[in-house]
Design a protein around this ligand. Structure first.
Ligand code: NAP
Ligand code: MG
Length: 410
């Protein structure tokens, strides 16, 4: 089959970040069976294998992030985030910092977590028939906060001292009788504006409405900053294009939005403040079922740089089986979508519709395969269906379906 298909030329490179363990094994299988035979593509390769990160003392992360900033599209395989046990397992020089947050922080932008939904794989919440995309603001809030213990009664003040020497301002937070604790958090206009831009750009590309949830009734100024900036960004830069696509942006109270989300059929972007997003992204992921179906994507505020990945880890337990020579039934769907979404955006940025179309055709082949009843074990268990396929058998089914579609178009 491959021999008689003419490869589609991809204009600009995609940065590939290879990873560890079982995720690395399926990453390569996908690349070799479903990507390289069909695309004439230049992959700028960085190896995040734990031993290579150790050998380069994590410089590889920096170099890869620079390459993503240069070429604007990256696809990342899951990689080990080393702890002390991994230091011993691999004889590492030290527990190097996370390959995930390291690369993300250098690129900037917002992380969007998005499930892949198959009609015949039930969700915990069956009403969720379309994805709920959780966009988590990755800056400030509790994660940039300062907290301390109050050993006895006293007063707490917030004091603001402007850099330009303008008059400082002090307000009393409380005056308490007994012991307690206090917390100070902050955010910046710049970061919230970037977050708003990322969310609107994502919604526009995906054709999903965007909802921001805050508690501005309680936090008039802090949550008000989010509410006001989102509204301003929408009104000045996105309203017209949203209306053309038949979607909209709305601010809602976060508790009302949470209740709405549970009852909804999905199909929207949920913009969350940092702490809300930490909780809600895990809640939404659990509601959709399998880790093997959750993808994530980093998108910069200007909408011009993306890094795609699967939300799961390196699937160590399956890798032990693989090392012992046993075939595993590891779900490759989220990793496959990391590849296809990167290729889709590559086509979008290069203005090469044939490349975008290949990405969506491959995704459709994956839908057709699963919806025809061919699945890995995790999905078969959820669907309560019969025998499952090994990862390689499953990928072969997807390839059959892809080849059928492509040859029917000739
Ligand atoms: P994990 O790799 O996500 O796997 C946990 C369990 O979830 C697996 O044992 C498996 O359950 C199930 N699972 C996850 N993905 C699956 C898939 N595609 N198909 C089928 N089952 C799947 O989490 P972990 O074992 O806690 O972490 C392993 C390593 O990954 C750690 O070193 C961690 O640092 C790293 N990690 C990396 C990333 C990243 O690169 N973004 C994210 C998270 C974790 P069963 O065993 O029941 O089949
Ligand atoms: Mg969390």
């Amino acid at each position: 089959m491959e021999g008689d298909i003419e490869k589609i030329k991809v204009k600009n490179p995609v940065v590939e970040l290879d990873g560890d363990e079982m995720a690395r094994v399926i990453w390569t299988w996908i690349k070799e069976t479903l990507i390289l035979p069909y695309l004439d593509i230049d992959l700028v390769y960085f190896d995040y294998h734990i031993l290579n990160r150790d050998a380069t003392e994590n410089r590889i992360l920096f170099e890869a992030a620079e390459a993503i900033k240069k070429y604007h599209v990256g696809a990342k395989c899951a990689a080990i985030n080393p702890d002390q046990a991994r230091v011993e397992e691999f004889g590492l020089k030290k527990a190097w910092k996370s390959p995930n947050s390291g690369t993300r922080n250098q690129i900037g932008g917002t992380l969007f977590r998005q499930p892949i939904i198959f009609k015949n794989v039930p969700r915990i919440l069956p009403g969720w028939i379309k994805p709920i995309v959780v966009a988590r603001h990755g800056f400030g809030d509790l994660y940039g906060g300062t907290d301390f213990t109050l050993p006895r009664g006293g007063k707490i003040y917030l004091k603001y001292v402007p850099h330009d020497g303008m008059e400082s301002k002090e307000i009393q937070v409380c005056d308490i009788e007994g012991a307690g604790a206090a917390l100070g958090i902050f955010n910046t206009e710049e970061s919230v504006r970037g977050f708003a831009l990322s969310c609107m750009n994502f919604g526009l590309e995906r054709g999903y409405p965007v909802y921001l949830g805050t508690k501005n009734t309680e936090l008039e100024h802090y949550d008000g900053l989010f509410k006001n900036i989102f509204q301003e960004v929408y009104d000045t830069q996105f309203r017209e294009r949203f209306e053309e696509r038949g979607i909209r942006y709305e601010h809602r109270l976060v508790d009302e939005l949470a209740a709405f989300a549970i009852k909804s059929s999905g199909g929207f972007v949920w913009a969350c403040k940092n702490y809300d997003g930490d909780i809600l992204s895990d809640m939404v992921a659990a509601g959709f079922g399998s880790l093997g179906l959750m993808t994530s994507m980093l998108l910069t505020p200007d909408g011009k740089t993306v890094l795609t990945e699967a939300a799961h880890g390196t699937i160590t337990r399956h890798f032990r089986d693989h090392q012992a020579g046993r075939e595993t039934s590891t779900n490759p769907v989220a990793s496959l979508f990391a590849w296809t979404r990167a290729i889709y955006y590559r086509g979008l940025f290069d203005n090469t519709p044939a490349v975008q179309e290949f990405a969506t055709t491959l995704e459709q082949a994956c839908f057709d395969t699963v919806e025809a009843g061919f699945m890995t074990k995790d999905l078969a268990v959820l669907a309560g269906s019969g025998p499952w396929l090994t990862t390689r058998q499953f990928l072969a089914k997807i390839k059959e379906s892809l080849d059928r579609t492509l040859s029917s178009r000739d």
